[in-house]
Design a protein around this ligand. Structure first.
Ligand SMILES: Cc1cc2nc3c(=O)[nH]c(=O)nc-3n(C[C@H](O)[C@H](O)[C@H](O)COP(=O)(O)OP(=O)(O)OC[C@H]3O[C@@H](n4cnc5c(N)ncnc54)[C@H](O)[C@@H]3O)c2cc1C
Length: 460
């Protein structure tokens, strides 16, 4: 679990907080007050940090007041969007938590095919609003993830093969900067800042709203999963690797080793076809003809339903520990290590995931946005999850041991899948070839590293 230095909170007198209240329309919560524990809880149940003050913002004016207050009182700042970050960076020990989750406004421009959403919106909420008009943008694969943190780190999702990453569909942002300025950024305004927020994470300021390009999607798509017993994992993963790479941009396939709710270890090929439904069968035929599955659950389903395919495996509050890295190839001996490790998995809730980054997401020029890892590749994740806090060490040990064996096969890492205890070299590798430019922009927009509770890019 990441630990950060507790920042001074002694200056937070009742008088100081009353001063903030006079310019703040949301709710201010101190330890012990009703709603405080609920507001500081994040997705990873292992994170238990107590901010000196939580500012539940309702507008960019509230965010501005909170940022100025933190500056004046020299407080460590955590920024919370959807609270999904596995390292728990959305909350701080001592200091000020700027909680954006009450900021839920969504405005769809149907004719212009864009949507503007405030920073507390979750993917489920955005998808529901845009799907009312048969539109969507590339969004996360778990519907209770926040749009904010996911977009700022890049954004991997079912539509990335066809439409690029979430950040590739970003048209503009509104932000509160470390010096208290309100700025907008787009291709025509503060272009360097706009470049940086498309992959540079929460390093540059608090984004209060995002405007995205939308595309016609659904209302139904062909999707679901095919399940095989784990004793077929070697053949299934080899087939998967070869097949997934040679498919249309409209066909996305992820793979996972997991246990079914009744405890059966399986390999799942998770599928989404985003072309015309009538053409999907023909593209999926080699997969549906392969091997002897336990179940083929691919069907025509509403897009919003498909967007929650992973939800049941990722409920709020379980204790978590992750390791992640990118794979340019899935080698035979790598598959062997993964299968061997899966048999030793201590918790039935844990899973191993191959997220294929392909198509448009992989072809964009690495210099076009701050997200620089633009190759056809897999984001590989060891997701340890357990319920009893006493099981923490066993699960962490398994994950670390597994990781030590597979790390040599990886190159780079998706910044949003770093676990919080990673060395500076891994954080740097996540920003790939764009790191030096990001440092220069961090130095320009946040020279004192005011926003540092993140996968930090330290200013010069
Ligand atoms: C179950 C699960 C499924 C996931 N699935 C996907 C997926 O399909 N695709 C994918 O790409 N990623 C996925 N992720 C990773 C996800 O992108 C990150 O966890 C991301 O940080 C979540 O955003 P959030 O707003 O919910 O997080 P938070 O924890 O609220 O924020 C994370 C960090 O982002 C920054 N931040 C958040 N909001 C703002 C803001 N408004 N302004 C400035 N900085 C901000 C802060 O540094 C903060 O610490 C998943 C994570 C989980 C736990």
């Amino acid at each position: 679990m990441i630990q950060e230095t507790t920042s001074p909170a002694d200056s937070l007198t009742a008088e100081a907080i009353a001063g903030l209240k006079s310019t703040f329309n949301g709710t201010l919560l101190r330890p012990g007050q009703d709603g405080y524990d609920q507001a500081r809880a994040v997705w990873n149940g292992m994170i238990d940090k107590c901010p000196a003050l939580i500012a539940r913002c309702t507008s960019s004016a509230d965010v501005l007041s909170a940022v100025k207050f933190a500056r004046r009182h020299n407080l460590l700042v955590a920024v919370r969007g959807g609270g999904h970050n596995v390292a728990g960076n959305a909350v701080c020990a001592g200091g000020l938590m700027i909680d954006l989750s009450p900021m839920k406004a969504i405005a769809v421009d149907v004719r212009g095919r864009t949507v503007r959403a405030e920073a507390g919106v979750l993917w489920r909420e955005l998808d529901q609003a845009t799907q009312q008009h048969g539109l969507a943008t590339t969004g996360g694969t778990v519907s209770h993830t926040g749009i904010a943190g996911l977009t700022l780190g890049g954004g991997l999702g079912w539509l990335m093969g066809k439409h690029g990453l979430t950040c590739d569909n970003l048209l503009s942002v509104d932000m509160v900067m470390a010096d208290g300025q309100l700025l907008s950024a787009s291709e025509t305004e503060n272009e360097d800042l706009f470049w940086a927020v498309r992959g540079g994470g929460g390093n540059f300021g608090v984004v209060t709203s995002f405007t995205y390009q939308l595309h016609p999607v659904g209302p139904t798509i062909l999707g679901g999963m095919v399940l095989y017993p784990q004793n077929q994992a070697k053949e299934v993963l080899r087939f998967y690797r070869d097949f997934a790479r040679n498919t249309s941009d409209e066909l996305m396939i992820f793979a996972a080793l997991l246990n079914t709710p009744d405890g059966l270890p399986v390999v799942a090929l998770l599928v989404g076809w985003f072309g015309p439904v009538s053409e999907g069968e023909q593209h999926l035929k080699p997969l549906r003809d392969f091997g002897t599955p336990l179940a083929d659950l691919i069907a025509e389903v509403p897009y919003v339903q498909h967007q929650s395919l992973f939800d049941a495996a990722t409920p709020h509050g379980m204790h978590r520990y992750w390791k992640s890295g990118n794979l340019l190839e899935i080698k035979d001996d790598f598959i062997d290590v993964v299968i061997e490790q899966a048999t030793r998995q201590p918790s039935p809730f844990s899973f191993i995931l191959f997220f294929h980054i392909k198509g448009v997401a992989a072809r964009i020029d690495p210099a076009k946005t701050a997200f620089g890892l633009r190759e056809d590749q897999w984001d590989f994740d060891i997701v340890s999850q357990w319920t009893d806090p006493a099981d923490a060490q066993t699960n962490i040990d398994w994950t670390r041991n597994f990781w030590s064996q597979v790390e040599p096969y990886t190159k780079g890492v998706y910044v949003n899948h770093l676990g919080g205890e990673d060395e500076a070299t891994r954080v740097r590798a996540a920003y790939g070839p764009n790191y030096d430019r990001l440092v220069a922009l961090k130095t320009k927009y946040d020279p004192t590293n005011f926003f540092r509770l993140n996968n930090n890019i330290a200013p010069n």
